[in-house]
Every structure is written in C-alpha cells, then in structure tokens.
Design a protein around this ligand. Structure first.
Ligand code: ADP
Ligand code: MG
Length: 730
C-alpha cells in the first residue's frame, strides 16, 4: 500500500461514522430467548405428552425417544416458519475450532407440481454432512463412509437469520468423536455420576450433579479499514510486525475507563443479539490493553455454556463488521500489550445446592466443601500436564509464560482462608475423629467459613486455576479456543478423582469405619498429597518456575511437546476408565492438534516472508536511496569537512538500514529453507516440533529488525498501519 493510501485509510478510520444500531423497544427480559425453541415455545408448539418427554430429556438427562422425533420436528418447524425461517442446519463443533454448518431448505415437492415445507424427525435427529474435509486425524479417511451429525436435545435449537440451527455432535460411522461436543457430553455424564455418588454421603437425596460454566470472553476491536490494510491481521489474526506505540497500556487508563461511543454501540448490539438467542449477557467492560474489552454472561450448565460461547464468538465477529470494526479473538494480536483469555468459571452443583460453596451450617456441610475442593485439586494435580495441553495452541502460546495471566505451569490458588482450613483439617488428630465416629451429632471440628470471607479472598491474578469463593476459575484458556477442550479434560479428571475417592472411602466403611471418619481420613491423606499443586504465591516470578520444577509439575513450554501429555499412560487410563475417549480417539485428535499447530506457523511464516520482501524491503530501499541522493548532493555543494559533518547522521542511517535490510533478507531465506525442510517430514508430531524449534524463532528474530526499521524510516513511506493507529479507537 502506498503511503498516501495508508493516510487515507487511517483518516477514514478516525472519522466518526454513523452506524445502524439495533434498538429494540422491549426490555431485555421481554426479548430474552426470542429466537430459541425453549420450554415456553415447546409448551406452545408440542403436544402435551411430547412436551413432558422433552422436559424429562432436558432436566433429567433421560434418553431421547425417537418415536417423538416427528412431533418435535413438526413443532419446531411451525415455530420457525412463524418467524420467517426457510432453512435448517445441523450446527456442530469440528476440531478446527469454530463451528460448521450446511444449510438446507424446508421445501420439498408436494407431488402435485407445487412445493411444501417439510421437516421430518429423522432429519432433525441425524444427518450426514458432506464433511470429508473436516479433520479426523485419520479416523475417517475421505474414501471411507462419511461421519454423521446427531442432534443434542439438551441444547435448544435456535434461529439465525432465516435458518433453524440444530446443535449436534459430530461422529464417525464407527462411533469415534470428530468434534468437541461428543466427548464434552460424556465428560459431563462422568462427573455427574461420580459427584452424585460422593454427594450422597452428605445428602442422600441428591440425584444429579450439574457442572456449571461461566466464561469471560476477552477480545480486541480494530477499525475495519485499518484491519484490511494489515495482511498479517487478516490472514493470521495477529500482527507479525509493528513497533510498540509510545503510549499503550502503561497508564492503565483503559481498564474500567469509559467505553468509546462507537464501541458502546457495538456492545449494546451484540448483547441484544445474544439475549435474543438466550445467552444471558451480564457484564461488559474495558480490559487492560487499549482497544481490549470483555464480555461475560451469567453462568449456565456447561454444555449449553460452551454452545453459547461458540455462538457468541460468531455473533461478535458478524456484528463487529456492521459497526465498521473487526473483532479479533486471537490470544495475542499485538506485541507489548496484554493478550486475551477466556476465563472459565467452573463449579459443581447438585439438584439441591452448590457443592463448592461453604455455607458452614453443619459440620457435614463443611466436610463436603473440603472434600470437593481437595478432590478438584487432586484432579488438577494428577493431570496438570494434560490440563495445560487442553489449553495449548500455537496462538495461546504467545500468552502463556509471558508476564500476564497465566504462567505455563498449572497450579492452584486457594487463598488464605481456605488454605488455613485445609491445614486445620490435615492437623486434626485421629483421636478426635475416632472419638466422634458413629455419633449422631458429629463434632468434626471443621471451622466454618463465613461466606463474606470467601468472597473476599485475596484475588490472585497470577494463578491459572484459582478458587474464587464458590467456583474455580480456569484462567489459562485462550480467547479463541473452544471452552470444551479445557472443560472436558477438567471434568474427566474430577470424575476420576471422585470415583477414586469414593472407592477408598467405601473400603474404610466396609472395614467398619463410620462414614464421617472414613471421609475425613481420605480427605486428610489427599490434603497431604495435593500440596505440590497448591500455590498461593506469584505465578509470574522466576522463583516459582524453579520451585514448580522441584515439585514435579509440568514445566514444558513447547506446544507440540505439551500435546504429548494427551497420550500419557495416566491420561489414556483416565479417559478410558471414565468412558470419555478411547486411546484411538486421543491419538487421532493429537494428529489434528499437531497438524493445526504446523499450519498456523506455516501460514504465519509465509505471510511474514511476503510482507518483509514485498512491503518492507522495497520501501526501506526507497528511503535509503533518498538518503544516498541527499548525501551525494551535499557532497556536491559543500567542501569536504563540512560535508562530513552535515552528512554524518544520514551516513550512519544508511549503514544502519543496510544492516537491518541484509539481516531481514538473509533470514527470510533461511526461514523459507527451514520451512521447506520441515514440510518434508512425514510424522505430524515431528513436523510440528520442527516448526516450533526451527521455523517459529525466525518470526521473532526478523521482526526485531523490521520494528527497528519502522522507527527510522520516513513515516510517510511506511506501508502498514502502525500500532498507534490500530490500537486507539476514536
Ligand atoms: P471477575 O472478572 O471478577 O472474575 P466476572 O463477574 O467478570 O468476575 O465474571 C464472573 C463469571 O463467573 C461470570 O460469568 C459468572 O456468571 C460466573 N460465575 C459466578 N458464580 C459461578 C458459579 N458458581 N459457577 C460458575 N460460574 C460462576
Ligand atoms: Mg474472572
């Protein structure tokens, strides 16, 4: 882009433009769920018996009876047609991140030369998307039978534009999961089973345990015209070059500052869209970095929350364009300012109450609280490497390990109050327990914690997995990721810990121990066992890295190697014993993870090389020629010693530019060679490692020189919008 064009683009971007804002006349409570086939609509559009069966499926996890499929499909169709809908699609979450859909019309021939709208139960329940191009890690090679999508009746169908969207799982003909939803649902079932069994020690009436997820989505907004002038942002989601803006986040003035009007309009608009789709948006604010914002709904059941997050991300991207913005979900779009994450607030809750909450009414409730905290930590400890793998990606790697939440080591923060409580329980003596065992009024001597204290625990921002009052906050999740990846690993690990906990308690009970003391004994053992994962200090410090290694926590930082944790013996055992995934599925998914990693770095390296060679170098050479001309002219008109003095600065600059230039040219060539060499590697794992070790480092090395040039080359010539232009919406 010639410089004049850059200035025009920047100029246009900074001109305030009127945008069309969706302004509903109703209140949010009135349009909430307008485009969702929820229970209210089911009640209206389904026969009474069918409605009752659907409620049983949604509320109690009863299996869906295919006999009612036609009636459900008919009701859905009538509701959708009333709202002007003409098409339907199975909506699923392939392993590429993002979502996939293929639209079909309701219309069919009526046999009399006309058309009729039809939607049969069998189409609602199952479809075969022509999806041979979705990654399957070798499970479903293209010449084999295709995979199919199957309706998930626990996540309601909804309408986008003229299309009825049907949330589905996506599996191969042989039953292996090709998506995130299928294993997520299995993991939720596993936690439910294991946690219900443990809850029944405390509350015999508990029938079900629900996993909740409340996500907080961070994102950047960039003016659309500036965005389109940055090929790196367009193609990779991040800027591969760009010198720090003189002012970025050092003043902390963006965080909780007032929201610019254009952005506020955008936020209002996405919230309306979200509320209409049943996503309970609640919070919006500025984030730490300039142009960075956050949005958080009220927490929901985990499967639904994941769907809602996927949906929200696509709404954000779509609506942003209407407002002249691009919504950037990449974890690290700009160097030198904070990246974006997606905190996953996770909790367990029975059909009668919350499990990670400390009401402190009875000793047994306190013991329940301690049990669930400790067993969650045990899950995180036993599988800390896997949990890191579950949140790792080529894009999130830029965020992990940098001094912004979270570090590349998984540990858990509990806060002073809960830490003291665990210490107290650990130190209680066997005599105390035995003395009270068997009595109806127990005196377990577990101090209760006032709710207010828990809510005010010192909020450690440097911990990747922090207890925050009534939930754990998994902060290491990337902003672009599907939450399901992290959630299904965590759920399965917790299910395993709880299953194992119950087995050990039952053994003691069988030996004649009273239930309460049996629980307490196992909990005390586990409090000792989990110590290495419990860390309340500063997760960013260098000392922590050393300490964590001593504690035996996973400290690997190379993304392709982190993925190895998916194939560790204890990971496979965990997923198989909890019936969430098989070894074969895990292997196939890892192939995809490595392949995706490679592709991301490959694309970055290609775009970066192109930008260097045909955007940066030509402009730099041109500027250098101007300087050389100038030096020649000075020489012509001035005597030697004067010339030396006047031209010193320019001569130095000419030399400096040459050095940067030759470094860039030489290393772009080397990077291309490294890429070619890596491309010849057969194994996906080895290829990803080669990209990580031998290709990716060039991006940073070369960038340094490009950014230095940006500082010295005439601003009028510089071809790409700069950080100071990209990062400040006016
Ligand atoms: P902060 O930014 O201080 O972490 P926010 O209010 O932005 O807090 O977000 C908190 C998130 O946690 C919200 O999505 C909220 O619904 C969710 N949340 C609150 N309580 C629970 C809970 N018991 N289980 C799961 N999520 C919860
Ligand atoms: Mg948070």
């Amino acid at each position: 882009m010639a410089s004049k064009l850059r200035f025009k683009v920047v100029d246009d971007a900074f001109k305030k433009r009127p945008v069309e804002v969706k302004t509903p006349v109703e209140r949010p409570s009135e349009y909430f769920g307008k485009f969702v086939f929820d229970k209210q609509k089911m009640f209206k559009y389904l026969p009474a018996k069918v409605y009752a069966k659907m409620c049983d499926v949604i509320d109690n996890g009863a299996p869906f009876d295919r006999k009612i499929a036609d009636a459900v499909a008919e009701g859905m169709k009538r509701w959708a047609i009333d709202l002007g809908v003409t098409h339907y699609t199975h909506w699923f979450q392939p392993l590429t991140e993002g979502t996939a859909e293929k639209h079909d019309g309701f219309v069919e021939h009526d046999g009399k030369g006309g058309m009729v709208e039809e939607f049969e139960g069998k189409i609602l329940v199952q479809q075969e998307p022509d999806a041979s191009s979705f990654p399957s890690g070798g499970i479903r090679s293209t010449f084999e039978a295709r995979g199919y999508s199957a309706w998930d009746p626990t996540s309601p169908v909804f309408i986008i534009g003229d299309t009825l969207m049907i949330p589905t799982i996506f599996i191969s003909y042989t039953g292996e999961a090709l998506d995130y939803k299928a294993p997520l649902k299995k993991s939720l079932y596993a936690v439910d089973k294991a946690a219900t069994a443990v809850s029944q020690y405390f509350y015999p009436d508990v029938k079900k345990v629900i996993t909740n997820l409340g996500w907080e989505q961070e994102y950047f907004l960039v003016d659309e015209s500036l965005y389109t002038a940055r090929p790196d942002l367009v193609m990779t989601g991040r800027t591969l070059m760009g010198h720090d803006s003189a002012k970025n986040q050092q003043m902390d003035d963006h965080y909780f500052g007032s929201i610019p009007e254009r952005v506020e309009n955008f936020m209002r608009d996405i919230e309306i869209h979200a509320l209409e789709l049943g996503i309970p948006c609640k919070t919006r604010h500025n984030e730490v970095a300039p142009n960075q914002f956050e949005l958080a709904p009220i927490y929901e059941e985990c499967n639904l929350a994941v769907d809602h997050n996927m949906l929200m991300m696509s709404i954000m991207k779509r609506v942003a364009r209407k407002h002249g913005f691009r919504c950037i979900l990449h974890e690290k779009p700009f160097k030198g300012v904070n990246g974006s994450g997606k905190h996953n607030n996770w909790s367990l809750c029975t059909d009668t109450g919350v499990l990670l909450h400390a009401p402190g009414k009875t000793q047994m409730e306190n013991l329940r609280f301690v049990t669930f905290i400790v067993e969650t930590l045990k899950a995180v400890y036993d599988h800390n490497g896997l949990l890191k793998a579950a949140i790792s990606s080529a894009t999130n790697a830029h965020r992990l390990g940098a001094n912004e939440a979270p570090p590349a080591i998984i540990s858990s923060f509990l806060g002073r109050t809960v830490s003291d409580l665990l210490e107290h329980v650990e130190k209680s003596s066997d005599d105390d327990i035995l003395a009270v065992a068997g009595k109806t009024t127990m005196q377990l001597d577990i101090p209760s914690i006032p709710e207010i204290l828990i809510d005010n625990t010192d909020r450690n921002r440097t911990s990747p997995f922090a207890f925050t009052g009534n939930r754990f906050e998994f902060r290491a999740v990337g902003s672009e990721a599907n939450c399901a990846s992290a959630m299904l690993a965590l759920n399965t690990a917790v299910a395993e810990a709880l299953t194992n906990f119950k087995e050990r308690v039952d053994v003691l009970i069988e030996k004649g121990e009273a239930k309460e003391s049996a629980i307490l004994k196992v909990v005390r053992d586990d409090i000792k066992y989990i110590k290495p994962i419990h860390f309340d200090g500063n997760g960013y410090s260098e000392e922590w890295k050393e300490e964590a290694a001593k504690r035996g926590l996973d400290c690997e930082t190379s993304c392709p190697l982190i993925y190895d944790r998916y194939l560790d013996e204890n990971t496979i055992k965990m997923f198989e014993s909890q019936k969430v995934m098989t070894k074969f599925e895990l292997q196939a998914r890892n192939e995809i993870k490595w392949e995706t990693y490679t592709k991301k770095i490959q694309i970055e390296a290609r775009i970066f090389g192109d930008l260097c060679m045909n955007h940066i170098i030509p402009v730099v050479t041109k500027y250098q020629s101007t300087l050389i001309d100038n030096v020649h002219k000075i020489k012509e008109i001035f005597p030697e010693e004067k010339y030396q003095k006047i031209s010193a600065n320019n001569l130095h600059l000419i030399e400096q530019i040459s050095e940067h230039e030759s470094f860039i040219v030489e290393n772009v060539e080397k990077m291309v060679e490294a890429r070619k060499k890596a491309n010849r590697i057969e194994s996906e794992r080895e290829k990803a490692i080669a990209y990580h070790d031998n290709v990716a480092p060039y991006l940073e090395k070369i960038r340094y020189h490009v950014d230095k040039l940006e500082e010295v080359v005439d601003d009028e010539l510089w071809p790409l919008p700069k950080y100071r232009e990209l990062l400040f919406i006016r």
